[in-house]
Design a protein around this ligand. Sequence first.
Ligand code: HEC
Length: 419
Amino acid sequence: MEAHLTEWLNLSVRWVHMITGIAWIGASFYFVWLENNLNRVNPKTGLAGDLWAIHGGGIYHLEKYKLAPPQMPENLHWFKWEAYATWLSGVALMLVVYYLNPSLYLVKPGVDLAPAMAIAIGFGSMLVGYGAYHLLCNSALGKRPALLGAVLFVLLIAAAYGFNLIFSGRAAYIHVGAIIGTIMVGNVFFTIMPAQRALVKAIENQTTPDPSLPARGLLRSRHNNYFTLPVLFIMISNHFPSTYGSQYNWLILAGIAMLAVLVRHYFNTRHDSSKFIWTLPAAALGMVCLAYVTGPSMKSVTPQTAVAVSPNAPLANPAATGAAPAQLPTAESASFAQVNSVIQQRCAVCHSATPSSPMFTAPPAGFMLDTPAQIKAQAAQIHAQSVASQVMPLGNITQMTEQERELIGAWIAHGAPLH
Ligand code: HEC
């Protein structure tokens, strides 16, 4: 029952997070697009430019003021709740997925870290991350945007590396995303909104607004815009174990983030885009290269490197899983019976039509390993998650051993025979 409630809580919070995130990032894309496409030739007095657009069957005419209109309009629309709601629902989702279940999802298997400590580090890193970013922006570095960008990039990848030492791969990624998301919402809350409020107040008081205010807001909202694509990748990354599940996941993240920033840069320079058109094929090529370097190393599954089983190797934790398979063979003689026994013990407690684990009332991700036919048909997924990477079993809660992973790898390398 509890597992079922958690699932629906997860669903509801995740859905809200997605909706608010789309509203926020959509607005960010739209306003940067507006800035880039304003017609700035001979604007009317007081205007920076204007723009005509058609959408949903209507024609729109937008005008941007250089600084402010002569008097305040009656009805001014603000864009902030998208940001706040995205952050709040994101923190709630971290709580539901990672912080309610730290040993399963958060802490790296084999790392001795108290769950409360892991949660404190995870949540604290969001706040520390924003603080560090804010100080950097206000330092001398703030006047050199490209260098500032490079420093931020290195710091975020360093955070990914650090998280990777103590967190599971997917938690490491999501916490980098959470730091970036917190920086983005912090920009809205601490810089962009105060600047906008001061601007509006100056207009209402008929005083001349400080021109540095909108400029500062614009710089931070540009930062936010560059953060969007990497953060979107991180938000979907937990579907892709060849990224977060790799030992070098922080390097893969660096590669993908770099490509994302390149692509965003092209879209941000639309009026001058011919200069940056190369970024699109370069990013596509970069993705092909990343796919290649993250490919499963066939070394680990070829019969030549067959499992050398030490007779003393700890095979299983009987307390957690019941009896261990009596003896593991070398790869050449890996039989389906042995593979099946490993999978039933290590995987099917969760991945079954009727999971015996109290944490699940239905097979996670609908992935079931009850029958030989299911196991054979899904050998590639089994390989990706528990041999090529070690993201499964989650939190290695069923204490799968190295030898068992190699056994499964060898069986798959032999064509996954059912005998
Ligand atoms: C503690 C429960 C648990 C155990 C044990 C476990 N898994 Fe999983 N598995 C999950 C959960 C939960 C997910 C969904 C992950 C997510 O949230 O994206 C999952 C997802 C998967 C997926 C991805 C399915 C898809 O289509 O997205 C595969 C493949 C997988 N597990 C294979 C395995 C294998 C192989 C083992 C044994 C070596 C194993 N799992 C052991 C809980 C478990």
